[in-house]
Design a protein around this ligand. Structure first.
Ligand code: FMN
Length: 309
């Protein structure tokens, strides 16, 4: 059996394979360049970018537990000016084949469009991923993604700031993730990413305090895999947009689950922090899995799940 074709076209972007590095776990690429060959991947989603620099949460920011990891990084980032002057030029010079999506966060609905407008002329940027699982400071701290009106406004304003594709990244804690995806689609999103981390709390029973400096955090890693796969299935049934499946991937068959649930692309986060060279191996393993299963192109796997929920 010849090698399977791994190329994916999603939201108008051509990816050489479906594997992406998930937001926040690969920084801005440069930090991982000596460790892993980013150019062998479909692409990378950057760490969040906000208007102003954010110092982030008190340490410890990350802790492991049996089912995965919990983190409260507080979306620490250098802010859009430094990303524009320092990180995007590096990406432009060093990446040819791997595509870059910039993950965007804000404190208000205006912030998202402001970040996009500032970064949009960089040829390094193929598109954006809006992290709407963070609190809207001006609206009393309710998450952007949790209120349909606010979600629609963030997407509409972002849409007006660029012609490049916009993915909207949703939280697995949303009561009806299919409906939220529809709201984002109706407001002009080009794709949906599911899922962000799940809210959680790990307690150190000796000190009787949370293990994380911030207190609660976001759960990622192995335990999130079935959550993300179900969310992908629900979103695929609700909208016709391309989906980035993310959460708990550490093997090629995890990746195939996301594709079968309806994802076009699959991002990997926590497992890369634990095994930095894993993504390259997953591309090879995916190709081998396809060849071994008579799959000529990864596109054949998209939505191949046989289940009427
Ligand atoms: C340390 C850490 C930082 C993260 N930072 C971001 C971020 O900046 N923006 C975002 O949308 N998601 C962020 N995430 C969520 C990941 O992109 C991903 O959705 C989540 O970790 C699930 O995937 P995984 O189980 O493969 O890690 C972060 C996750 C971790 C573990």
């Amino acid at each position: 059996m010849p090698h399977a074709a791994l190329e994916v076209s999603a939201a108008g972007i051509e990816f050489q394979n479906p594997l992406l590095l998930a937001a926040g776990t690969a920084a801005y690429g440069r930090e991982l360049a000596g460790v892993l060959d980013i150019e062998s991947l479909g692409g990378l989603v950057t760490k969040a970018v906000s208007v102003e620099r954010r110092d982030g949460a008190q340490s410890p920011r990350v802790a492991e537990f049996a089912g995965g990891m919990i983190n409260a990084v507080g979306l620490a980032n250098p802010g859009m000016e430094e990303v524009r002057s320092d990180h995007l030029p590096w990406l432009e010079q060093n990446l040819r084949r791997a595509k870059v999506l910039v993950n965007v966060v804000g404190n208000s609905v205006e912030d998202y469009a402001a970040v996009i407008a500032r970064l949009d002329d960089s040829p390094a940027v193929s598109g954006y991923e809006l992290n709407v699982s963070c609190p809207n400071v001006r609206a009393g701290g309710v998450e952007f993604g949790a209120d349909p009106g606010t979600l629609a406004e963030v997407v509409t304003r972002s849409r007006a700031a660029t012609r490049k594709p916009i993915f909207v990244k949703l939280s697995p804690a949303l009561p009806d993730i299919g409906q939220s995806a529809k709201t984002a689609a109706d407001a002009g999103a080009d794709g949906i990413s599911v899922v962000n981390t799940m809210p959680g709390l790990v307690i150190d029973v000796e000190t009787r305090r949370p293990v994380l400096g911030f207190g609660s955090g976001g759960v990622s890693g192995a335990g999130l895999l079935p959550v993300g796969v179900l969310a992908t299935h629900k979103v695929a049934r609700a909208v016709r947009l391309p989906i980035i499946g993310v959460g708990g991937v550490s093997t090629a068959t995890d990746l195939v689950q996301y594709l079968m649930a309806g994802a076009s692309l699959v991002a990997i986060g926590t497992a890369v922090m634990q095994r930095p060279r894993l993504p390259e191996k997953l591309v090879a393993d995916l190709s081998e899995w396809c060849s071994g299963h008579g799959v000529r192109s990864v596109g054949e796997l998209k939505g191949a799940l046989s289940w009427e929920s």
